[in-house]
Design a binder for this molecule. Structure first.
Ligand SMILES: NC(=O)c1ccc[n+]([C@@H]2O[C@H](COP(=O)([O-])OP(=O)(O)OC[C@H]3O[C@@H](n4cnc5c(N)ncnc54)[C@H](OP(=O)(O)O)[C@@H]3O)[C@@H](O)[C@H]2O)c1
Length: 284
């Protein structure tokens, strides 16, 4: 799947956050697309298993062409919530659950196919052979166009790649969470040809909670002529792994700014200055 330069995360569009109405879902989708954000990130669990359906209604109300957008969804996390029979939070990557979850997401999103389907969290009990067979069968049926994983470590990526390489790994990565740059995750992505999507790309660094980062961001903001959030995305996008940020805003007017990050070419020393401010020490 070729996502837009920035992906719109929908986790907080529904009852977990802004609780948008159907008309507001439609307006947010339209605004994202008008700004060049055509890829929408979902998971079955968002909103206690309710946000995909709310988005599906909004997308239908928008009247937009399905081919003009890309839908990502995820499966595997099961937890106790009204209407579900789960007694304990757990991960389920049985073939039956993967297939049933895809059917649910297709129905909720009111679509015939998903552009990308992700295994949401690695499980100690993941049988990679069985899971990959199930995913490949769904791809052969045309219900998913591609599949990948989320929150997988380098060793978990290598394990599943013994069956077939995932197309993407969606991980937490930001200036506030730099572990994947240092622990081999992004190296593994490049070695195995796995694309990188970064969730929580702003790292909750806006609003001055990290004074060191805020001071540098404010200065660079003036010299680059873009807001701090754009620099936080541009910082990720400078990495050679080709990181695609999954932004979580619920305010449609923000997309027009956020997409500007792809046009920012951050200078090498500014990149390391931000890294140093975030970690509180120089590189060795
Ligand atoms: N694969 C996984 O395990 C996993 C886990 C978590 C999340 N995700 C995905 O990643 C997405 C993004 O996560 P996230 O919400 O933590 O990402 P984020 O983009 O780093 O953070 C978004 C938050 O920043 C706030 N914000 C404040 N000022 C902002 C500004 N100027 N511009 C943009 N945002 C601003 C937003 O509030 P407003 O709404 O007021 O703009 C929102 O609460 C989720 O929606 C979900 O799709 C995946």
């Amino acid at each position: 799947m070729n996502p837009s330069a920035i992906i719109a995360g929908t986790m907080n569009w529904g009852v977990w956050g802004a609780n948008l109405s159907t008309a507001e879902f439609a307006q947010t989708i339209e605004c994202a697309l008008a700004s060049g954000v055509s890829t929408f990130d979902h998971a079955d669990i968002y909103g206690g298993y309710s946000t995909e359906a709310a988005f599906g209604a909004g997308f239908e109300a928008s009247g937009l062409d399905r081919e003009s957008v890309q839908f990502i969804s995820k499966c595997g996390i099961r937890y106790p919530v009204e209407g579900k029979e789960n007694s304990v939070k757990h991960y389920d990557y049985s073939a039956g659950h993967i297939k049933q979850s895809v059917e649910n997401s297709l129905r909720n999103l009111r679509t015939d196919y998903l552009d990308l389907y992700l295994l949401h969290r690695p499980s100690p009990l993941l049988d990679t052979k069985k899971a990959v067979i199930a995913l490949e069968a769904l791809r052969d049926e045309g219900k998913i166009k591609a599949w990948g994983v989320s929150n997988f470590t380098p060793s978990q990526l290598r394990l599943i790649a013994t069956q077939r390489g995932p197309e993407w790994n969606q991980i937490e990565c930001s200036l506030a969470h730099t572990a994947p740059l240092m622990d081999g995750t992004l190296d593994a992505h490049q070695t195995l040809g796995v694309g990188t999507m970064a969730w929580a790309p702003l790292g909750r660094l806006l609003g001055g909670k990290n004074q060191g980062v805020s001071t540098v961001l404010e200065r660079l903001s003036v010299s680059y002529g873009v807001p701090p959030e754009v620099l936080l995305l541009a910082w990720l996008q400078k990495h050679p792994a080709g990181i695609v940020p999954v932004v979580g805003t619920t305010k449609p007017e923000r997309y027009g700014f956020l997409v500007k990050s792809a046009d920012v070419s951050m200078e090498l020393e500014h990149w390391f200055e931000l890294l140093e401010a975030s970690r509180g020490h120089k590189v060795p």
